[in-house]
Write a protein that binds this ligand. Sequence first.
Ligand SMILES: Cc1cc2nc3c(=O)[nH]c(=O)nc-3n(C[C@H](O)[C@H](O)[C@H](O)COP(=O)(O)OP(=O)(O)OC[C@H]3O[C@@H](n4cnc5c(N)ncnc54)[C@H](O)[C@@H]3O)c2cc1C
Length: 490
Amino acid sequence: MTPGNHPIFRKVIPMKEGLVQDLQEIVGEDAVRDDPADLYVYGSDSSVHCALPWAIVRPGTVEEVQEILRYANSNGIPVVTRGAGSGMSGQAVPIQGGIILDMKRLNKILEISPENTYVRVQAGVVDDDLNRALKPYGFMYPPAPASSRIATIGGEIANNASGTRSVKYGATRDCVLGMKVVMADGSLVNLGSTTRVEASGYQVDRLMVGSEGTLGVIVEATMKIVPIPKYRCMGVACFNELEEAGDTISEIIASGTQPSVLELMDNVAITAVNTAIDLGLPDVEALLFIEADGNVKEAVDYEIERMKEIAEKYNAFGIDISYDAEKRTKLFKGRKKLFASLSRYKEGYSCTSLADDMAVPYSRMAEMARKIHDIADRNDVIMTAYGHCGSGCVHTKILMDPTRKEQWEGARNAVREIYEYVRSVGGTTSAEHGIGLSKAPAWKKEKQDSLEIIGAIKKALDPNNILNPGKLQDAPDDWLTATDLRYKAE
Ligand SMILES: Cc1cc2nc3c(=O)[nH]c(=O)nc-3n(C[C@H](O)[C@H](O)[C@H](O)COP(=O)(O)OP(=O)(O)OC[C@H]3O[C@@H](n4cnc5c(N)ncnc54)[C@H](O)[C@@H]3O)c2cc1C
């Protein structure tokens, strides 16, 4: 894959001679990779974007991270920090070349403190591993992104990930108490605290949340944990109209009812999951997954009953409510495997995350879900509406035949139309999956009033622009993929 002459790659600087040997001196021979197969794998994440790095380095200590950054900063070498590479928007794609800083070896759980309701971890700890370690203490780390099996806590902070339980327990931002960060010049700083409140001064730790590796390398984090509730009751409600499911969501939230899960799946999503893993979900226009949790069964019953009543007001049927943990796990499996299942929806079609995880005001939820399908039809691609709608997100994915040039054109138009609509109703470009490359053009339009401030912060913290350069305010106004490159060359 040659970068070619597209503006996205114009800033690529030549690789520093002796880079691999220099890095090996810092971390040892085995912790540096530069063979083509590894470079190719690390050149992409879970998005459609790809650009080759020069080398991959896997530090085993915080001191090694500091040393690598000192070296990169003094030589002007781009550093793209990487957790699991599960980002869907190209956040970890090294579009200006440079080093991939793979954080997976920094994976120790340093302290579990139930009495203070926090956990202290290294950035490379995987979300599910953390929850497995917390379970014997009766605690959980709540956001629960669908990628929890692989996503790292550092990556979740850098993206402000959220998930099925965010409707009640908040997104990653709401769980961050403090962190240790290696800055661009290699210095190590302590940000935030271990307490629940920290009221005064600039909240610099908050700046790191959602910064996509552009301001510093998070090496350690202190995160809020919560006791696992005694009771969880889950239900599935079927709808013949997508809008009715959307209206149910907004009314549940506005009524003051407290769901612990409130998730939407449209018929494209249902069909894809049923095809891929034969879960036997009802073949209806839309499904809502509802859940309430708590320590008092009567209170949980009350919340779930309220949600059921609201759903019925909007013509829900086949509402199946249960405290059965096994049943719940099975249903959640369907939701968690959705992204992987979508490519099975139609033969020859692949799932892309070009337009992905918008958020709109609750009152627009129903309209947004329908809009997604109208836009898809107009542009001859398939799109799906699903997601953690209780927290305000509406996910979509574009399913298309990537070998057909006109499908890319359709996808481009669909992305533009979706984001124009989202902006027009006061929504936002990314609710949780990051900006990266796919969403940068829309995000820059949305944030035009604050781009200068964002640029000034970046300059102050990373004056040599080595940390994930070419992203956020510096990202290209157009995205392109390896396939686009091929078409451009033709
Ligand atoms: C199947 C699937 C389901 C998903 N479901 C959800 C979901 O429900 N909710 C959700 O929010 N997201 C979801 N995602 C997206 C993704 O998993 C999240 O964005 C996650 O937070 C990324 O974590 P990661 O460790 O893979 O980070 P990476 O993809 O490796 O990196 C993402 C960004 O974070 C930066 N970064 C990583 N580690 C650090 C660090 N230590 N310090 C500084 N910067 C760092 C990188 O430079 C990059 O910009 C899903 C992805 C997949 C593939």
